[in-house]
Ligand binder design. Structure first.
Ligand code: CAA
Length: 445
């Protein structure tokens, strides 16, 4: 069998934009640089009143299928990854299939549908499920549609309010993929953690500071696990490192720890030794505190080296450009990071065929997963087909009071009757409630 991976991808952003430095920070009495420099975020995407996880996911999938010339019969599996589901039983994939059946001839009656939940790592897990299904030979020549869709809203006043976002990523998983082939090797870091959860509630309970530490710990564990099964992590082996990006500042923290880890016992560590010494080894210290202090000092010095900074500028920074403009999309976030990085390579005209990505996914609760991807010969046409820049540029700019209204309109506990900010056009829109409490949708020409 040929390789299996991502054949095509589409991104759909929520149609509203909140500027964090110009609009959010002043209303909160914060220094704008807390957002732009500290968190690394400039704006968040929000859903208009008629948008939700179904419309955004269906719009992304519609464009993907249309662009690839697919019909429902070509799809054997639809999995939706989300942390924003509104139904404990009926999966979001059934709603999305229903939407797509409004615009395509044929139906998805013989496609296996489901919904994956493990916080933000569920999008990557859905790709895994599709990969395994294809590798097992159960796909009958058909591809899988994986849709990561979220309205990542926090309660008003929560520290996480700064990192909100809304959007969907649709990916076609297939044999002989056009975009990237997935590695068989995977590393996991997984533990029962209480850092971010939604126990039967719409907005998350978050221990923000702790969630940052849990992200770093699980990501490290996954990297070690990946290495243990032969995953080569030398920095020269990877052109890009797309990580789950709740906000770019989180990836900045993770990147230096990852670089320290992947350069240990390499010629890079030896070459840097003249400037900042060798990495501290636990065995050389009598007590843990002294060791940890030495590690912190080394890490701080590492971030100041030009070697690290040029690796970061080349490998990590390109993966953050979309995230800076849209905020956190939970399950879609690492997939947005992959696209950001590939877009940057395309814009630079780089011949990237055969180059590799080290992809770090993460979900609170908590689990990290590391795998590698190899860029495929047709990658450029897939990336050139994206219209995300136009879509981002056409977002409606919210004032702070409009943002408050939008937040209320998506809050299940608020009764609101605000008008839409943008007219729906050539897209799926929420169309009210059915007799059993189901949500209804229609395609607006
Ligand atoms: N100029 C420059 N930088 C500034 C600044 C200024 N004027 N003011 C503050 N900063 C910096 C701070 O130093 C800090 O950076 P460091 O952490 O590097 O020191 C950064 O800006 C943020 O400032 P605070 O820590 O004071 O911000 P906060 O307390 O309001 O909240 C947060 C930060 C805890 C991450 C919060 O946004 C949050 O709870 N977010 C949601 C949880 C989250 O995203 N966790 C990430 C890991 S979990 C995960 O990844 C899953 C997921 O998707 C949710």
């Amino acid at each position: 069998m040929t390789g299996v991976g991502i054949d095509g991808i589409e991104i759909h952003t929520g149609k509203l934009r909140l500027d964090l430095a110009e609009t959010f920070a002043p209303a909160k009495g914060d220094d704008p640089e807390k957002y732009t420099k500290g968190l690394g975020l400039y704006a968040s995407s929000f859903p208009d009143t008629y948008e939700d996880i179904v419309t955004m996911g269906a719009n992304a999938a519609h464009r993907l299928m249309e662009r690839k010339g697919l019909t429902p019969e070509d799809i054997g599996r639809i999995d939706v990854a989300t942390e924003s589901a509104f139904d404990h039983s009926k999966p979001v994939s059934t709603y999305i299939a229903g939407c797509l059946e409004q615009v395509f001839d044929g139906d998805f009656h013989h496609a296996n549908k489901g919904e994956r939940k493990f916080a933000c790592v569920a999008g990557t897990q859905s790709i895994d499920d599709a990969y395994n299904w294809i590798k097992a030979g159960r796909n009958r020549g058909r591809a899988a549609l994986v849709i990561a869709t979220d309205t990542a809203l926090y309660a008003r006043g929560d520290a996480g309010e700064a990192t909100q976002g809304a959007g969907a990523v649709a990916m076609l998983i297939d044999e002989d993929p056009n975009l990237v082939e997935l590695s068989t090797e995977q590393g996991y870091g997984s533990a029962d953690e209480t850092d971010f959860l939604k126990p039967n509630q719409q907005f998350p309970s978050v221990d923000g500071k702790r969630s940052v530490q849990v992200y770093l710990a699980r990501m490290r564990e996954a990297l070690v696990d990946y290495q243990s099964i032969g995953g080569d992590v030398h920095p020269d082996r990877f052109r890009l490192g797309p990580f789950h990006t709740p906000f770019p500042g989180m990836v900045r923290k993770a990147a230096v720890l990852a670089y320290r880890h992947i350069t240990r016992d390499t010629e890079i560590e030896a070459e840097l030794a003249d400037e900042i010494g060798r990495q501290p080894r636990h065995a050389e210290f009598d007590d843990d505190d002294a060791f940890l202090e030495a590690v912190q000092e080394y890490t701080d010095a590492l971030t100041e080296t030009s070697r690290y900074q040029s690796w970061y500028a080349r490998t990590i920074d390109p993966t953050l450009s979309l995230s800076r403009r849209v905020g956190n999309w939970y399950t879609g976030s690492v997939h947005v990071a992959r696209v950001s990085g590939l877009k940057a390579l395309a814009e630079e005209g780089e011949d990237a065929v055969g180059k590799r990505l080290l992809v770090g996914s993460y979900g609170s609760g908590a689990q990290a997963e590391i795998h590698a991807e190899t860029i495929q010969p047709e990658w450029r046409s897939e990336i050139d087909a994206l219209n995300i820049d136009d879509h981002l540029a056409s977002r409606y700019e919210l004032s702070f009071s409009e943002y408050e209204d939008v937040h209320d309109s998506h809050n299940y506990d608020e009764e609101t009757s605000i008008e839409e900010f943008t007219p729906p056009e050539s897209e799926f829109a929420f169309d009210g409630w059915g007799r059993m409490g189901e949500r209804k949708y229609r395609y607006v020409e």
